[in-house]
Write a protein that binds this ligand. Structure first.
Ligand SMILES: [Zn+2]
Length: 448
């Protein structure tokens, strides 16, 4: 029999561009077919929490959320809700009502010693459990709390001890509700405090997330010796350095990471969560839609299925092309994407998205080249003089020819967004193609 991880879950971060309920149901069906047995739903402010009135940013109504939970049950996908209980609460702490919960003024995390936080977080856990009847697991987040122990009250304590006690109290509350809590393990590892892991309540599952390279990782192996069942986490879609001027990272690194984790988890009898991040954090820009993670989704569901997928070789070449970032190569790859075989309507949309993503990279790259040319020739003129005709041809005209391509991209991207029922079209356009258009306009206006 083929070895599988103990759990093979897909994490879905709802912060970014999310599909409407109908399209979400289609995606859930696809993920089930990929081979996942659970979905970790990170809601953020995408549903109207009773515990946090006034924070709902739009996304799903409670009726829609309930209906999606039922769809998961019908499909045989276990739902594991994920809420953040200390760090990454930017979406909450940005609101005036919760401003004084901040740890030393930081918008990233709350103060664990603020008297209101624990009772309210317990109330939130109760609400989550009510919205997900019968759940066996609840993920309590707790990663990247960089400001631990910095406020006046907290400064008097061992920061990691504060963290462990705060998290443990909430884990106990979840256990009391009949669900096993999971928490991200990075704080214990990064702060070199694995000694605190055995003090987490029995039944708590620390999760070691490692998104680069492939296991084994020292952190996972050390964590496994702490006397708790652990899980691993891969990155099917994560942040990358270029995300402010690209809409898609190259697929190969993600495929390697999810495949590596799947195999290692299977061999070591642990579960794995494949994560899909749709923004760097709540107050960062949107990455592309989930369509861009399609190869990683297939590979994370079952590596063998990706191995025999007709797109496999092309995606490896595409990754190299994206890393080289040469405009003619990118344009050619964008064209070729549309000629690949699509075995389902979803695959057709994936190719459509990747075509847009590669074209976007080409547009940005063209802009950078033209801007550099213009700046350089402007300086050269100070030393050796300039020819106006040559300057117009090489330093002005290229920006004019770029503008219609920008308009065409936006038109195609908007129709992709609409056909796929995706949220946040205006934000996505305003923070991507519109900024590029403004950069070009600045060049044409001579504001260089
Ligand atoms: Zn504090």
């Amino acid at each position: 029999m083929k070895l599988k991880p103990k759990h093979n879950w897909l994490h879905l971060d709802l912060k970014g561009a999310i599909p409407n309920p109908e399209k979400m149901r289609e995606q859930l069906q696809f993920w089930k077919e990929c081979g996942y047995d659970g979905v970790v739903l990170e809601y953020d402010d995408r549903i109207p929490w009773k515990t946090w009135p006034g924070t709902w940013r739009g996304g799903y109504t409670l009726e829609e959320q309930q209906s999606l939970v039922r769809t998961c049950a019908d499909l045989g996908l276990e739902v594991i809700p994920l809420i953040q209980v200390i760090g990454h609460l930017e979406w909450l702490l940005k609101h005036e009502d919760w401003r004084d919960w901040r740890e030393n003024g930081s918008g990233n995390e709350l103060c664990p010693l603020h008297p209101e936080t624990l009772p309210r977080l317990k109330q939130w856990i109760d609400e989550v459990v009510e919205l997900h009847p019968g759940i066996r697991f609840l993920h309590l987040g707790a990663d990247e709390t960089w400001n631990l122990g910095t406020c006046e009250k907290c400064r008097k304590h061992d920061p990691m001890k504060l963290y462990q006690e705060h998290v443990s109290e909430l884990c106990r509350h979840a256990l009391g509700k009949g669900c096993r809590p999971l928490i991200w393990a990075d704080m214990f590892w990064n702060e070199k405090r694995l000694d605190l892991v055995p003090q987490l309540p029995e039944g708590t599952i620390p999760v070691d997330w490692q998104y680069n390279g492939i296991p084994p990782y020292e952190s996972t192996e050390k964590l496994m010796q702490c006397g708790r069942e652990i899980m691993g986490a891969s990155g099917a879609m994560i942040g990358w350095w270029e995300h402010c001027f690209q809409v898609q990272s190259e697929p190969s690194g993600r495929i390697r990471n999810v495949t590596g984790w799947y195999k290692w988890a299977a061999e070591h009898g642990i579960g794995v969560i494949h994560t899909t991040w749709t923004r760097g954090a709540s107050l960062w820009n949107i990455y592309g839609p989930w369509h861009g993670a399609y190869p990683a989704f297939v590979a994370g569901g079952d590596p063998a299925r990706w191995e025999s997928h007709p797109w496999r070789t092309f995606m490896e070449e595409l990754s190299d092309t994206m890393l080289r970032s040469q405009v003619p190569e990118l344009r050619k790859a964008a064209e070729e994407l549309l000629t690949l075989p699509a075995a389902s309507p979803l695959e057709k949309e994936v190719l459509r998205w990747l075509n847009l993503a590669v074209r976007y990279q080409a547009l940005q790259q063209e802009f950078l080249i033209h801007r550099a040319t213009r700046r350089t020739l402007t300086r050269v003129a100070d030393f050796v003089g300039r020819d106006d005709g040559m300057f117009r041809k090489n330093c002005v005209k290229p920006f004019r020819t770029l503008l219609p391509k920008v308009d065409e991209w936006e038109k195609d991207a908007r129709s992709f967004w609409q056909d796929n029922g995706l949220s946040d079209a205006e934000e996505f356009m305003a923070t991507h193609i519109d900024l590029l258009r403004k950069d070009i306009a600045d060049q044409l206006a001579g504001n260089v």
